[in-house]
Design a protein around this ligand. Structure first.
Ligand code: FES
Length: 104
């Protein structure tokens, strides 16, 4: 099974099982992280915001216009910000590294 590496606000790394077809938001939440995801993936909030490791950012599908618009509402955005509900796990993303930002 692919793995997802999550770094929390304290810099602690965890390696999670990341089933193909689950979104990064679902995987992160199912493993106990405090990632709200208020709209459950409908691209109507930015509470599933994460930072993707720079080495991985370019390997993801391009950010859609709707996601770009919604990222304007993310807390502490960075050049590698993404909405985690829009990234679906696949074999090619095995080892993906993301950081969960601090809750507001
Ligand atoms: S959960 Fe609302 S945009 Fe991702």
């Amino acid at each position: 099974m692919p793995k997802l590496i999550v770094i929390n606000v304290d810099g602690e790394h965890r390696e999670l099982d990341a089933p193909v077809g689950r979104t990064i938001m679902q995987i992160v939440r199912e493993n106990g992280y405090d990632l709200e995801g208020a709209c459950e993936g409908a691209l109507a909030c930015a509470t599933c915001h994460i930072h993707v490791d720079a080495r991985w950012y370019g390997k993801l599908d391009k950010v859609g216009e709707d996601e770009t618009d919604m990222l304007d509402f993310a807390d502490e955005p960075s050049p590698t910000s993404r909405l985690s509900c829009q990234i679906e796990m696949c074999e090619d993303l095995d080892g993906l590294i993301v950081t969960v930002p601090r809750e507001p």
